[in-house]
Design a protein around this ligand. Structure first.
Ligand code: MG
Length: 290
């Protein structure tokens, strides 16, 4: 159902409930008619809950539009992989490196574009993990601009690519299919490191580092680069980025993601289970006005 139709439906429901309440007053329905009062309260709660969920989803629309419709997003992606190529060339020229070279990339919003999934959530007024398995199993995510060419360039220069993702083992096979269909190199069992329940990527990075030199880390989330960013507040994340500013565009290559990420989690103090009303308040409180 389209969002606009839902808004109309909710408005109608609210009107009906208010009308009913008004009616009960006019007709002086006796206080003992508790059943109707309970039913009305329940309806109001459901409408309120649906409206808040709708409001949260509507707030993601601009983020999804930015990912899907802005030339700027595309330009930033090309920029990221162009810089990655320059930095990889620099690393390749460094003769002091004697370990096997690798690049570590995240998958979602780094090499695969899941904006159609986010768009569906906004249009259907649902949220992750609704439809996530269906989306992954369809294996239809397109490549982020510039990603396929860059990673194939890396392969042509003898550099391995490890895909370190927090996708689960359930979708490993379909993720490999999606990566292969999109033209990515090293889309195989060895090079795809999914989550086994943990959200941190640090142990997997350490595992790669045991036998390899990591030339570049590429991701859309600060947690894709270093453990130090994990579970930090928005302010702490900002400060850490300032402290580590020399790494960005050098060893760390960042892709834009205005739809979701730990930047959003930080706004909620990483408590995604909070009621929508609280999340809406936290979002508003997070804004810096003048
Ligand atoms: Mg990602």
């Amino acid at each position: 159902m389209q969002t606009t139709r839902k808004i109309i439906l909710f408005s109608l429901m609210i009107a009906m409930v208010l009308s009913f309440s008004d009616c009960t007053k006019k007709n002086k329905v006796k206080h003992h008619d508790k059943t109707r009062v309970v039913q009305t309260t329940q309806i109001l709660r459901e409408v309120d809950s649906s409206c808040r969920a709708l409001m949260l989803n509507q707030q993601t629309v601009m983020g999804v539009l930015y990912q899907q419709r802005s030339g700027e997003m595309k330009a930033l992606a090309y920029q990221a992989f162009n810089i990655a190529k320059v930095m990889l060339d620099k690393d390749l020229a460094d003769k002091s490196v004697n370990q096997h070279r690798t690049i570590v990339v995240d998958i979602d919003e780094t090499v695969l574009d899941n904006s159609p999934y986010q768009a569906k959530c906004a249009l259907e007024n649902v949220r992750y993990p609704d439809f996530w398995l269906e989306w992954c199993k369809a294996a239809r995510a397109k490549a982020i601009p510039g990603a396929v060419d860059f990673l194939n360039y890396a392969k042509a220069n003898g550099v391995d690519v490890y895909y370190v993702t927090n996708r689960s083992n359930d979708v490993k096979e379909v993720t490999l299919k999606n990566l292969n269909d999109a033209g990515f190199p090293y889309a195989d069992e060895k090079h795809l490191m999914v989550s086994t329940g943990e959200s941190t990527k640090e142990p997997r990075r350490q595992q790669i580092l045991e036998h390899n030199h990591i030339a570049l880390l590429i991701g859309d989330n600060l947690n894709d680069f270093a453990q130090v960013f994990e579970k930090k507040s928005s302010g702490e994340r900002m400060d850490l980025v300032d402290k580590m500013q020399d790494e960005f565009g050098r060893r760390f290559i960042v892709l834009p993601n205005a739809m979701y990420g730990d930047w959003e989690g930080a706004v909620y103090n990483y408590n995604y289970a909070q009621p929508d009303s609280v999340k809406i308040d936290l979002r508003l409180k997070g804004l810096k006005g003048f």
